[in-house]
Ligand binder design. Structure first.
Ligand code: PMP
Length: 324
């Protein structure tokens, strides 16, 4: 029987889907990894599983243990799914600028959620640093530390990268995606570049992030923002991202992202979140640069249901000067 074994067995091995309108428009195959089909609904299930599995292998997490993480969204949801399936507790630290929906989802999944004041990363009271300190006070507990724990990147090196290579029969010309922790881009880039140095790797960055400058000038200097995108962009180069071979970067503005997600909804029938909008804009920009006849792969990170009060709320868009 062709069955997947339990929740963990259902993580990854996602379909690679041709986006019809964009492929016809560009003459390239614009191909998206359907990460919204993971059990927790996003690309971050892979990172959650690998961080937990590597901690188990190292003996840092034993039966009945606790996973602590600072996260505002998908990583927490992924961690809760994996923890519930393996009998672990989870404590999630979140900054207080996040929507109530996200707190509610994590609580429903069984997390102890600690909402703390929003302060910059360099501040000792930053939610990620609080998560790290709290984990140290517990027996049999880990701080998942998605930004600098390279088990996150390993997930994509061992799963997403090989899947893309297999699904394209090795005929992938370019890969592009946006970066939050950098786990996805770094792991996929490492794997694909090992198969062929000709595969182009392009980072797609929203405004209000330092990574476009980092790739194009070598200096991680912030660009003017903000952006309404969630889960992507970064002010620093994480341990996951460091040392990654990246050929180029593109910067995508919020109006282009909004146009993309609404085109997907109205024309192709897909309901995608904001990072997927940035990724698809990056893929189209890359297709225009490379010319027709190329296979360009990107990530369909999550669906639109978590963005109802922002990206899919006409009043919110209007307040931000954006048009749907
Ligand atoms: N898209 C969404 C919706 C996310 O939640 C994240 C992770 N924060 C990303 C993209 C970025 O992925 P990564 O952390 O692997 O760079």
């Amino acid at each position: 029987m062709k069955v997947k074994k339990g929740l963990v067995g259902a993580i990854g091995d996602t379909p690679l889907i041709r986006i019809e309108s964009l492929s016809e428009e560009t003459g390239c195959n614009i191909l998206g990894k359907a990460e919204f089909m993971n059990p927790g609904g996003s690309v971050k299930d892979r990172a959650a599983l690998w961080m937990i599995r590597e901690a188990e292998k190292a003996g840092d997490l034993k039966p009945g243990g606790t996973v602590v993480e600072g996260t505002a969204g998908n990583t927490g949801i992924g961690i809760l799914h994996v923890c519930n399936s393996r009998g672990y507790d989870a404590v999630i630290y979140m900054p207080d600028n996040q929507s109530q929906e996200k707190v509610d989802i994590l609580k429903t999944l069984g997390a102890e959620v600690r909402v703390v004041p929003t302060v910059p990363y360099k501040d000792e009271m930053n939610y990620q640093k609080q998560a790290g300190r709290y984990a140290e006070t517990l027996e049999n507990a880990i701080w998942a530390n998605q930004f600098d724990n390279t088990a996150n990147r390993l997930a994509h090196y061992e799963s997403t990268g090989p899947e893309i290579w297999d699904q394209t029969d090795g005929r992938v010309d370019a890969f592009t995606c946006s970066v939050g922790t950098g786990g996805t881009l770094a792991g996929v880039s490492r794997y694909l570049k090992e198969q062929s140095q000709d595969v182009q790797i392009v980072l797609a960055d929203p405004h209000g992030s330092a990574l476009y400058n980092w790739v194009t000038t070598g200096e991680a200097e912030m660009t003017p923002g903000p952006s309404i995108t969630e889960g992507i962009g970064n002010s620093r180069v994480t341990d996951n991202l460091a040392g990654t071979e990246i050929d180029d970067a593109v910067q995508i503005d919020d109006q282009a992202m909004v146009d993309m997600v609404y085109t997907m909804l109205r024309k192709d029938g897909w309901f995608f979140g904001s990072s997927t909008g940035i990724n698809l804009c990056g893929a189209v920009a890359l297709a225009k640069k490379l010319g027709p006849g190329h296979n360009i792969v990107t990530m369909l990170c999550d669906d639109g249901s978590k963005y109802m009060s922002r990206l899919f709320n006409p009043r919110f868009l209007e307040e931000k000067g954006l048009r749907a």
